[in-house]
Design a protein around this ligand. Structure first.
Ligand code: SF4
Length: 60
């Protein structure tokens, strides 16, 4: 089971992860991405992590 978290200090709020994986990520009131459902199944978490321009998505 994937353990996914967002490093808020790194996240620029670009919206890429939420646009690509709306089931898995959402933006909070600070315009930072948060994990909504890492097990949504509709998105590859490793791919999402690789696409984040600032490597703020951490999969372990
Ligand atoms: S892709 Fe990365 S920088 Fe952009 S909103 Fe998601 S976590 Fe933040």
């Amino acid at each position: 089971m994937a353990n996914v978290r967002i490093d808020e200090a790194l996240c620029t709020g670009c919206g890429l992860c939420t646009a690509n994986c709306p089931d898995a990520f959402e933006m909070n009131s600070n315009n930072k991405a948060v994990v909504k459902n890492a097990e949504s199944g509709s998105c590859d978490m490793n791919q999402a992590a690789g696409e984040c321009p600032v490597e703020a998505i951490i999969v372990s």
